[in-house]
Design a protein around this ligand. Structure first.
Ligand code: BJW
Ligand code: ZN
Length: 244
């Protein structure tokens, strides 16, 4: 694959680089995406599994689905895409990861400045007293557990449809996007809002926006550079060219 010279030059002089990531970056770690070929939402109903009403109607089903995904995550790890992003930190003043993913794989890859817009599957909290629990507190617990302090229901610390994103984290992400020199939009269909405002904010702020995806998306026509292929292959090549 050919990388535009303009991209490599911009990357070499960049002071602030943002990686805005979605489910596609974890696909090569064996984690299903939500949409597109093989996507979770082709076979599961988002209103049943990823909404508060769905959780209240069938907490055990939702809990079981998250426990299943946690087990898959325990058996895998970051791929060369996550690892390359972490590696860029060694050479660029400011590297920020703004992720829609809840899988914790950027952290496990070694990235140090990560803004999680949709929470983290490794945490849970009580819906009544807001006590937080880790995922290891409930290993092999198949039914939705109750809070040991107040008896309230415990849910995964993720953002479901119709729920607000953590406002301070989203505001910081928007600010960083506006101030970035380059914004890589990696493995996201860019259809879920307000997260999908991030590449738009980057563009408005004058950032050079680069999309990395295996297929065209909502934003392909509005980015400055579109790289078609797997992020686990493109990002390591980009790092190599940057270091050459
Ligand atoms: C590769 C690759 C490889 C593959 N290399 N690339 C109209 C109706 C109803 C609601 C709305 C509406 N308009 C807007 C809304 C609001 C709604 C929304 O945006 N809905 C749209 C979908 C229509 N948004 C919300 O509800 C948000 N909250 C909100 O708006 O609050 C205000 C409010 C309050 C009260 C009432 C109403 C509003 C919250 C959104 C929460 C999203 N939650 C989820 C689940 C998180 C927990 C969990 O994981 O279980 O977040 S849904 C799911 O989508 C997940 C993801 O983070 C998110 C984004 O998906 P992503 O990452 O883009 O993945 P995919 O699968 O879509 O794309 C993968 C891409 O990778 C593809 O392009 C592939 O080609 C590519 N790919 N392999 C590179 N190897
Ligand atoms: Zn409680």
């Amino acid at each position: 694959m050919e990388f535009p010279t303009e991209l490599i030059e911009k990357l070499k002089s960049a002071k602030s680089v943002l990686f805005f990531t979605g489910a596609g970056i974890s696909a090569e770690s064996g984690i299903d995406t939500f949409r597109g070929k093989g996507g979770l939402w082709n076979k599961m109903k988002p209103q049943e599994l990823a909404s508060f009403d769905g959780f209240m109607s069938n907490p055990n089903l939702v809990w079981e689905w998250y426990q299943y995904r946690r087990k898959i995550l325990k058996g895998t790890g970051p791929n060369p895409g996550h690892l390359s992003i972490a590696e860029f930190e060694k050479y660029i003043d400011t590297v920020t990861v703004v992720t829609q993913n809840v899988d914790n794989l950027h952290f496990r890859a070694g990235s140090s400045h990560i803004l999680e817009l949709h929470g983290n599957i490794e945490r849970n909290y009580c819906i009544d007293c807001k006590t937080y629990y880790g995922m290891d507190d409930f290993l092999d617990v198949d039914e939705a557990p109750k809070c040991s302090k107040c008896g309230g229901m415990i849910r995964p610390d993720v953002v479901w449809f119709g729920e607000n994103l953590p406002q301070n984290i989203f505001a910081e992400a928007e600010e960083i996007a506006k101030q970035s020199d380059i914004c890589f939009v990696v493995g996201t269909s860019a259809v879920v809002y307000p997260a999908a405002y991030i590449p738009k904010s980057a563009k408005e702020g004058g950032s050079y926006v680069v999309e990395i995806n295996i297929e065209p998306t909502e934003i392909t026509n509005s980015v400055d550079c579109s790289l078609t292929g797997k992020s686990g292959e493109i990002l390591p090549k980009l790092l190599e060219l940057f270091l050459r």
